[in-house]
Design a protein around this ligand. Structure first.
Ligand SMILES: *Cc1c(COP(=O)(O)O)cnc(C)c1O
Length: 423
């Protein structure tokens, strides 16, 4: 059966594109290992891990088996008044791998919802503590936290895709994007804007939300661990909660299991997603401390007012458990280190291109920041012709491949990136 691309074009929304004049789509009929297989049989080396998620590649036998086994038990059951073994195991695993101060888990159905829940927790916490003034949030310029309304309200207010809604969104505080890059010396002045804002406003501030170390869709920027450590210290000093959104960075992507580890800090509320299920099913998690849970439980509502229909979906929990099992086996550490070294070596020549502003690499993330916005459709076609799947946006062409990608496959990705910018 062939894929009806005309129907697709006329009737199906794709992410971030027009329904009238959409960007082209490529028909994928299967995927295995680190390759996507097009309808015409062509194989593309995957440079995206399906937006950070498929860290073990596609059709991994352990993950496939976990889902098949769980199907024999149940695909889904409501989570109100019910619990099940996969959910309990998953929450045990998550608490075992994150800082000891995080003790409570909310299983959400997508990353944006995990952020909504984190924000709700922070607001309900202060209400429960009898501090009803603390209703505002601080976020970083160039931040990205999802597409739902509360999440949009903490995305970069100008650069983000969401600026057109700004009049409808709650108004929060934005501090400049961290200007101390990961690979250079830390500039303590970069914490001044946060300190100043907290000095003037901390009695109204419930939480600071940030993506630790890597600002993803807001610009693929890598900032210094001391900046993150400084944010933690300032939150403590001014009694503000710290929400770490590790939806993109969690589970090894930056070379640390979680990016917060690079600054040796623990957040009060932690959001996980994307790679949580190894890219198989949609699921995310919001973890918090005893203290936050206590405050939330003392609030007027008496509990956390959130409960998605597919909360703790057993299939998603089962495949998350299997994926975390693979992560805990630890091979990702050598894999990510090797990817990092190879990306650094093979993307470096791109710096010679007049089109390229900066080449940067951290963990299994390789980024070309261009001077101008790229022509997505044209570049995408170039990549497909080269046998690779790379999805650029705005001024960024970037790689975040599955961890078990081979050196030959990485070379193919980098070769095609070099060809794209070094004509
Ligand atoms: C992708 C992402 C989200 C949103 O997750 P969805 O599952 O797409 O809703 C939130 N925060 C960060 C940092 C992300 O990268």
């Amino acid at each position: 059966m062939s894929i009806n691309l005309t129907f697709d074009r006329e009737h199906i929304w794709h992410p971030y594109t027009s329904m009238i004049d959409p960007l082209p789509v490529y028909p994928v009929v299967a995927a295995e290992g680190c390759e996507l297989i097009l309808e015409n049989g062509q194989r593309l080396v995957d440079g995206t891990a399906s937006w950070w998620s498929a860290v073990h590649g596609y059709r991994h036998p352990v993950l496939d088996q976990a889902l098949t086994d769980q199907l024999g038990q149940m695909a889904h059951v409501m989570f109100g008044g019910i619990t099940h073994p996969q959910a309990v195991t998953l929450c045990q695993q998550l608490l075992a791998m994150t800082p000891a101060s995080l003790t409570k888990v909310f299983l959400a159905d997508s990353g944006s919802i995990a952020v909504e829940v984190a924000i709700k927790m922070a607001l309900q916490y202060w209400q429960g503590m009898g501090n009803t003034d603390k209703t505002e949030l601080i976020s970083l310029r160039k931040g990205y936290h999802g597409d739902t309304f509360a999440a949009m309200a903490v995305c970069d207010p100008i650069d983000s895709m969401h600026s057109m809604f700004s009049k409808l969104l709650p108004q929060h505080h934005f501090i400049p994007a961290p200007d101390s890059p990961y690979h250079s010396e830390f500039r303590p002045e970069s914490l001044q804007p946060l300190r100043q804002l907290l000095l003037h406003r901390h009695t109204q501030i419930a939480a600071l939300i940030l993506e630790p170390i890597v600002q993803g869709y807001g610009g693929m920027r890598f900032y210094h661990p001391d900046y993150l450590a400084g944010c933690r210290a300032l939150c403590d000093e001014f009694e503000v909660l710290l929400i770490a959104d590790e939806i993109a960075t969690g589970f090894g992507r930056t070379g640390s299991l979680f990016a917060c580890e690079k600054a040796k800090i623990a957040a009060d509320i932690l959001c996980l997603g994307k790679a949580l299920t190894g890219g198989y099913l949609t699921m995310a998690a919001t973890l918090c401390t005893d203290q936050v849970a206590l405050g939330v439980s003392q609030s007027e509502a008496g509990g956390l007012m959130h409960g998605p229909t597919f909360m703790a979906n057993p299939l998603a929990c089962a495949v998350a458990n299997a994926s975390i099992g693979l992560i805990r086996a630890g091979h990702w550490q050598q894999q990510v280190a090797a990817i990092e070294a190879q990306l650094r070596a093979e993307l470096a020549p791109c710096q010679a291109s007049p089109l390229v502003k900066e080449v940067r690499v951290l963990g299994a993330i390789g980024v070309l920041e261009m001077h101008q916005s790229v022509d997505v459709a044209k570049l995408q076609q170039h990549f497909v012709e080269d046998g690779v799947w790379i999805r650029p946006f705005n001024r960024l062409i970037y790689l975040m491949p599955p961890f078990l990608i081979s050196p030959e496959q990485i070379s193919r990705l980098c070769w095609s990136m070099r060809r794209a910018v070094l004509k």
